[in-house]
Design a protein around this ligand. Structure first.
Ligand SMILES: NC(=O)c1ccc[n+]([C@@H]2O[C@H](COP(=O)([O-])OP(=O)(O)OC[C@H]3O[C@@H](n4cnc5c(N)ncnc54)[C@H](O)[C@@H]3O)[C@@H](O)[C@H]2O)c1
Length: 462
């Protein structure tokens, strides 16, 4: 099912005979082992040989090696160098600080730094609110992690989490002009994380928590929201919930159903699933049945943590028990944020007519989307190689743009819902169909629309 992609893109520099057939031999050899060539550049040429850079997408690191090995054994071919383009992109990191002011002479220096800066410090000391006016605070977000749940890779620690946080910061800047900076903490102790964020908060206009494992992430976010006078947002929870709820709004438009009449099965009650359920509940669906690794969540199930107890209290009106397959029967909507390959087309067939399936586990979804399409009316995944990609990039840049512009001190469910609706509404009526329920992540209308919605929701609150 997976196809070669740019995540495993390599450039192989080879020396080849200058014969007419050499280029064809090279490209067919790459094609034979399943590589997808994206560029073929002759970088040097001599009477008897040429030097060529072949850039191609592979499926995995092992597949990239297979491609190289195949070229190496071709007659007359010498492989000179292999560059992994993803590693090249990360050399020295992906972001930097640049000065917004010119420092050309002593005069500039005296105003940007001492002695002039002293008056700015005194102004802020006299009126702390001036920090938003006179410092980076008004446009800066801390991207905070403890490295305990890095992507789907698990507990890799703070240093290994840094490439993800840098990427996040780059996306903040690209899509919403927000200056975000990675803060990777060398602790996984809840109290230490809370204290560390509290201590750095004066610099920032918002805190984006990232890749912190559940259930610790729930307490950290809740406690920081109480303590800080800036918004705290755990993207793995709320960014996902915003995009899912926005996508669902459009999927329901496609099938002509009203959420208040829908039964929704949610598989995965961790960081993403819990936040999705909480936001969905704001729209009063007919019922939600939550399922985790231990089966359907219901009141009275043994061994539930406080989060699951809350979910059990607010979902599953009929008190059903059993497993995911039981939860799918007659469900109008399936939302999966759990684990790969949990069911097949035969279970989708047991869902209600015009079923909606969001199988979002990464990198492999709960059901192969091709299988899901056999019986579902709308299918979405987290993958970029299928239509309807549910991607948090649609939400977090615009959300923080709006929060920072509004000088928001907190974030509310109304703001999250406003952001979800804004994402949905970017897909205007005649563009909406079963294969296009969310806008592209590169749609430049998304972040401003989300920011505007969040600003308005923040203003309504004041
Ligand atoms: N596409 C997206 O936009 C997006 C966004 C967020 C999360 N995700 C994906 O969702 C998944 C969960 O992410 P998370 O951060 O909430 O993780 P998490 O570890 O906090 O939660 C995982 C949940 O899945 C449940 N689970 C695990 N195996 C299961 C099984 N076999 N059957 C039923 N439930 C099972 C666990 O009990 C837990 O409730 C990951 O694959 C993640 O990549 C996708």
């Amino acid at each position: 099912m997976p196809v070669p992609g740019p995540g495993y893109s390599i450039t192989i520099r080879v020396e080849a005979p200058s014969s007419a057939s050499a280029a064809g031999d090279l490209t067919s050899a790459v094609g034979r082992v399943g590589g997808v060539i994206t560029a073929f550049d002759v970088v040097d040429s001599h009477a008897d040989r040429v030097v060529v850079d072949i850039t191609c997408n592979a499926l995995s690191a092992n597949h990239a090696k297979d491609i190289t090995d195949t070229l190496e054994v071709l007659p007359g071919i010498v492989v000179r160098k292999i560059s992994d383009r993803t590693f090249l992109m990360h050399l020295g990191g992906k972001i930097e600080v640049t000065s917004k002011v010119q420092l050309k002479n002593r005069d500039d220096l005296s105003r940007a730094y001492t002695p002039g800066v002293a008056r700015i410090c005194q102004a802020i000391a006299a009126n702390p609110e001036d920090a938003r006016r006179l410092t980076i605070k008004r446009n800066t977000v801390a991207v905070v992690t403890d490295g305990s749940a890095v992507l789907g890779l698990g507990n890799l620690g703070p240093a290994a989490a840094l490439p993800v946080m840098e990427g996040k910061a780059a996306l903040f800047k690209k899509f919403a002009g927000v200056d975000a900076w990675p803060v990777c903490l060398d602790t996984q102790d809840t109290e230490e994380i809370i204290r560390a964020v509290e201590l750095i908060a004066p610099v920032y206009g918002g805190i984006n928590l990232e890749d912190i494992a559940a259930p610790r992430c729930f307490e950290i976010e809740a406690r920081l929201r109480e303590k800080l006078d800036i918004p705290v947002f755990h993207d793995d929870q709320h960014g996902t919930a915003i995009v899912v709820v926005g996508a669902l709004r459009n999927a329901l438009r496609v099938v002509g159903k009203d959420i208040e009449k829908c039964k929704i099965a949610v598989c995965g009650v961790g960081a993403a699933g819990s936040a999705i359920i909480r936001l969905l509940l704001r729209q009063t669906p007919a019922d939600i049945v939550a399922v985790d690794v231990d089966g359907i969540v219901h009141a009275g199930r043994d061994g539930m943590d406080p989060n699951l107890v809350w979910i059990a209290e607010h979902t599953n009106r009929e008190g059903v028990t059993g497993n995911l397959h039981d939860a799918l029967v007659d469900a109008d909507v399936f939302i999966g944020v759990s684990a790969p390959n949990l069911f097949g087309a035969e279970q989708v067939a047991t869902m209600a007519k015009d079923a909606i399936v969001f199988a979002l586990a990464n990198p492999d979804p709960e059901i192969d989307p091709i299988e899901a399409q056999k019986h579902a009316a709308v299918v979405a995944t987290g993958r970029s190689d299928f239509p309807n990609q549910i991607n948090n990039v649609l939400a977090f840049p615009g959300v923080f743009r709006g929060l920072l512009d509004a000088h928001a001190k907190t974030i509310t469910d109304s703001m999250l819902l406003a952001a979800a609706n804004a994402i949905a509404d970017v897909v205007e009526g005649d563009r909406l169909n079963a294969s296009y329920i969310v806008p592209s992540v590169f749609d430049s209308a998304v972040a401003p629309a989300v920011a505007d919605a969040v600003r308005k929701a923040a203003a309504d609150r004041d």
